[in-house]
Ligand binder design. Sequence first.
Ligand SMILES: Nc1ncnc2c1ncn2[C@@H]1O[C@H](COP(=O)(O)OP(=O)(O)OP(=O)(O)O)[C@@H](O)[C@H]1O
Ligand SMILES: [Mg+2]
Length: 106
Amino acid sequence: MGFSGSDATVIAAAVSEIARNIVDYAQHGAMTLQRVDEPGRNGILIVACDEGPGIPNVAEALQYGCASRRGLGVGLPGAKWLMDEFQITSKPGKGTTVTMRKWLER
Ligand SMILES: Nc1ncnc2c1ncn2[C@@H]1O[C@H](COP(=O)(O)OP(=O)(O)OP(=O)(O)O)[C@@H](O)[C@H]1O
Ligand SMILES: [Mg+2]
């Protein structure tokens, strides 16, 4: 798509953290990566969804080193920081969807 090497590294790091959370907490799920072309900007849209246990307190899970962590607790806040746009919706018992975007610098 024309991302710089450093942007590609950043995107790969965010994808890896979110994918690892699916494996760790939901066991399986799906992730789609697609190109987005809008007037004036192009980028990549990544949507990760699972039907795992969900996150009871999303705001808390987005804090570095959150209390519920099993690892270091840097995956979600790190991915949010690395990407241009980042949203999580989660319902306990139903699952989690993470949507993130990175725009190409022009
Ligand atoms: N897909 C998911 N389903 C259920 N819970 C999740 C999911 N992703 C994250 N969580 C919850 O949010 C918390 C924070 O996630 P985050 O990736 O930031 O930290 P971590 O996985 O505990 O540690 P790290 O990623 O640094 O190894 C997790 O500990 C887990 O409780
Ligand atoms: Mg994690």
